[in-house]
Design a binder for this molecule. Structure first.
Ligand SMILES: C[S@@+](CC[C@H](N)C(=O)[O-])C[C@H]1O[C@@H](n2cnc3c(N)ncnc32)[C@H](O)[C@@H]1O
Length: 192
């Protein structure tokens, strides 16, 4: 019997993998926060926030009155997110449907999207990200790169190469630049 689950979407029964300590070895949270170039007062959207692993340290870096809106479409993941963010006043969980975010256009300074791009293939999410970005703002798009030898992460056939991901962002009307991060399994792209 098939479960009816979309194979490109994260399976909530694997939520523990998002919080695995060994993830720091190949995708350090601190690096993700650094790449966001925060001053402290920004409004940040964490798109596909999962368990909130990255949203919490981003919120902690927003010491100048900024906030993180942690966006999820999965009800199961959202429940975990609400619990994780409950002690972090400037991190707000938001359950969304069909990439329609009830957030004003051009009001978001950073969008963080970690391990999300391959899950939104064919959806309208990149257009929504472009709509949200304030002048001078950017999206940090980080995802597993197809073709990198590894024994963890999603199957290769679901993934993009960095060049393909860059083209996806450009196709949505964003200026895209692949960042040289040295990450072993992931690309990082800044889109504005
Ligand atoms: C692989 S997990 C990564 C979670 C988190 N960014 C991290 O790095 O730990 C991807 C998450 O994005 C969520 N997601 C996928 N498509 C989405 C969409 N269109 N809108 C909102 N959330 C989405 C999934 O439910 C899942 O929790």
């Amino acid at each position: 019997m098939t479960s009816g689950r979309d194979p490109k979407k994260f399976d909530p029964s694997r939520a523990h993998a998002l919080d695995a300590p060994e993830r720091e070895r190949f995708l350090p949270t601190e690096l993700l926060v650094t790449l966001l170039e925060l001053r402290g007062e920004e409004r940040v959207v964490d798109y596909g926030a999962g368990t909130g692993r990255v949203a919490v340290p981003v919120a902690e870096a927003l010491t100048g009155g900024g906030e993180v809106i942690a966006v999820e479409e999965s009800g199961e993941m959202f429940e975990r997110l609400v619990a994780r963010l409950s002690g972090t006043p400037n991190a707000v969980p938001l359950l969304v449907h069909d990439n329609q975010l009830p957030i004003d256009s051009r009001s978001v300074h950073r969008v963080l999207a970690v391990n999300l791009l391959h899950e939104i293939r064919g959806e309208s999410a990149l257009g929504e990200i472009r709509r949200l970005l304030a002048p001078g703002g950017f999206v940090l798009m980080v995802d597993w790169e197809r073709g990198r030898e590894r024994d963890t992460g999603p199957p290769d056939h679901l993934l993009f190469t960095a060049a393909e991901a860059e083209a996806e962002l450009r196709g949505a009307g964003l200026r895209a630049e692949v960042l040289d991060t040295g990450l072993p399994f992931h690309f990082a792209i800044k889109g504005a």
